[in-house]
Ligand binder design. Sequence first.
Ligand code: KDG
Ligand code: MG
Length: 405
Amino acid sequence: MTGSKIVDARVIVSCPARNFVTLKITTADGLYGIGDGTLNGRELSVASYLQDHVVPCLMGRDSERIEDTWQFLYRGAYWRRGPVTMSAIAAVDVALWDLKAKRAGMPLYQLLGGRSREGALVYAHANGHSIEDLLASVAKHLELGYKAIRVQAAVPGVPDAYGVPHGTKPYEPADSDLPREETWSTQRYLRFVPQLMDAVRARFGFDLMLLHDAHHRLTPIEAAALGKSLEPYSLFWLEDATPAENQDAFRLIRQHTTTPLAVGEVFNSIFDCKQLITEQLIDYIRTSVTHAGGITHLRRIAALAEIYGVRTGSHGATDLSPVCMGAALHFDVSVPNFGIQEHMPHAALTDEVFPHAYTFVGGVMDPGEAPGHGVDIDEKLAAKHPYKRAYLPVCRLEDGTLHNW
Ligand code: KDG
Ligand code: MG
């Protein structure tokens, strides 16, 4: 093990256009691997978890022992699961997979069993302040080559619909120094979404794969009604119809609609989706490399999902760094039950700080052939962009209630 012994592990917190937590692990022979531990709005908690509690345990360990290190960090801590813990474990896990693949001189997907497909189908975000605005955004994304598009538009009479940009700025949900409070009307939303889908299908037809995100804002029966009302528009999926702490809720939604269901961007372990998968209550599981314990744990979730005909559709918003995107694409091209990958392009400055081998062509992304996961970090440039506190918004119903779903 001499060469593969871990001799350094550094946590790099930076804000090139948005906050990211990156872990860089170096071995005795001078190789290094990189992992993402970004948890939107709670970045410093993961940084501390890594710095104060994980890094000391990594020194002197054999970087080749990925599975044992995962088990050591997960079971050994006594306190299992949770987004902070699992994002920290993911940062280590992805850095170790990166190192192993670099040491083997192979792109990571080769270590995961090789390609199951030539590229990963991705979906883009089209947003609008109105239906017309949204249609223009869909047209723009079709021109860019996307075959699958998520559509969200401002709901008339609702001042701040989540998933829609403020003013002319690119969409970024964590946009304020303290949480901004938004007001939400489920009734207006439920009336509006079928009109929105109708306009999209009327303009662009049915070849386009169409997705929509309800952002956990509905009760089970409201979600069932939405799924039913969207059936004529043949969605690729309806995402996060309800929060899924209560996995039973999806049984009710499922009984009422054939609209395909996706959920899981906030899940961090296989136990969050075990019932959803084994009872075939969903069609796509959205767990990501970073928030669900790295490649090692995401492979377990995908393997369980495969048996039950559930496909993967990993979260890929900009708060997951290019390191996560790189690792996700290696996972996507290798896993047999891949469905789709979310693609929200990063800002130019983010891409500069994280040079990467992955590419987008014709609606599909490719992880590239560089050894490892193919994503690096320019630490000098990252250091010029220090952390800035930023929160996701908080949503209230019109009567002021915060937790009615
Ligand atoms: O951190 C939260 C964002 O990643 C989330 O709001 C984006 O819902 C989202 C999505 O589907 O990308
Ligand atoms: Mg979402």
